[in-house]
Design a protein around this ligand. Structure first.
Ligand code: SF4
Length: 372
């Protein structure tokens, strides 16, 4: 299913998204409401509609005075994302949505139903500056950081879609993973504001359990240390993709700045302080990082450095059309997993979703940006 969307890049470009209630602390929300000429308690009313009712539709906010209501709501809850395209697959259990921000930039989020949970994969940046060569998003470079509210709005819209049965039966969004477009810790301040709001109880936030939120990183060591100091219960996922620096330098270019040893030291610090197991993400790429000896090395390295405080997620590469990178054959994958486990490290294969809807991060945005 392809069609041309020529208007996508014609929107006027603004440097920053409009300020939104979700960008602000409760004190800031009250001040913004006062500036809009309303009593401060209206901030809580608006927040209740947005975070608990999952709406920004003024017509549904009948507890606000009718006169000037639409303008007031538009000032505090401006529209941040408009849907460009939404594609479903996996028998309706996966739904990928491409959003256009106020300045025309494109971002993606993917909603997935599992037997025991509903998970949203969110984007934290438009594009990504980390330049991992096997990743569609990495090929386009970084366009800009998303605001906290742009991240939260992806979650609000997904929670609403899940509630309203977008994945079949109505359900509750239970998990959020920062594994969409971008390197979350390269947009640290806004991502942390978004995380705090996602986990705050309504009406201050969306009320998702901190333990059900995962923040991923390619290994920005100072930012991991900073996250450790926040003492949140969110899960940390480190995209390692190679157990040796020689290969990792080529797959994850930021490894030239922070080597595997430093990344694992920071990950261990996170696990020690939070008591939470760190996820190690390993995209298995045919004939690149899938050799049996690398499985042995990965297992022994993680067993030594993280002991029981680690879980490896092997991710069969979702190949980008035309790319030279491909997924490993199933027997090679099975042997790799067996060898990691043989070192005493928990290791599972991630269920890949959305193969037929370009669900590798950045693929849909790349297609639409190219007018496909
Ligand atoms: S894999 Fe992640 S960190 Fe690397 S370029 Fe892609 S989005 Fe960025």
């Amino acid at each position: 299913m392809t069609r041309s969307l020529p208007l996508i890049f014609s929107a006027p470009r603004r440097a920053t998204p409009p300020t939104h209630l979700a960008d602000l602390t409760p004190t800031g929300r009250a001040a913004a409401v006062a500036r809009a000429g309303q009593p401060a308690y209206r901030a809580k009313q608006l927040a209740r509609h947005y975070f608990a009712g999952l709406t920004r539709d003024a017509a549904e906010m009948t507890d606000l005075p009718g006169a000037g209501r639409a303008e007031f709501v538009e000032t505090l809850l401006p529209e941040l994302l408009t849907e460009v395209r939404s594609l479903g697959c996996d028998d309706g259990d996966t739904r990928k949505t491409l959003w256009r921000a106020h300045d025309g930039t494109l971002i993606e989020s993917v909603l997935m139903r599992y037997p025991d949970r509903i998970t949203l994969c969110v984007s934290s940046q438009a594009g990504c500056g980390m330049a991992c060569p096997f990743c569609a998003t990495g090929q386009g470079g970084l366009q800009r950081n998303l605001s906290a509210a742009e991240i939260i709005e992806q979650v609000r819209l997904a929670a609403r879609a899940a509630r309203d049965g977008a994945l079949g039966a109505p359900g509750r969004l239970s998990n959020v993973v920062f594994m969409g477009m971008g390197e979350p810790l390269a947009n640290y301040r806004r991502v942390l504001t978004a995380v705090r709001t996602i986990i705050a109880a309504p009406p201050a936030g969306l009320g998702i359990s901190a333990r059900s939120v995962t923040v991923s990183t390619v290994g920005l060591v100072p930012a991991i240390d900073k996250l450790t100091a926040e003492r949140l219960q969110v899960r940390l996922a480190v995209s390692l993709h190679a157990p040796d620096d020689k290969l990792r330098d080529t797959l994850v270019p930021v490894n030239e700045r922070w080597k595997i040893d430093e990344v694992l030291t920071a990950a261990r610090g996170y696990a020690d302080v939070t008591g939470r197991r760190v996820s190690i993400e390993y995209a298995l790429i045919r004939d690149v990082n899938d050799q049996p000896w690398r499985g042995d090395l990965l297992g022994s390295l993680l067993h030594t450095r993280l002991g029981r405080l680690v879980h490896v997620n092997v991710i069969p590469l979702n190949p980008t059309p035309g790319s030279r990178w491909d997924a490993s054959p199933k027997p090679v994958q099975d042997e790799f997993v067996r060898r990691v486990r043989a070192q005493g490290v928990a290791c599972t294969v991630r269920d890949t979703r959305g193969q037929e809807i370009a669900a590798a991060c950045g693929q849909l945005a790349a297609q639409v940006g190219a007018g496909k």
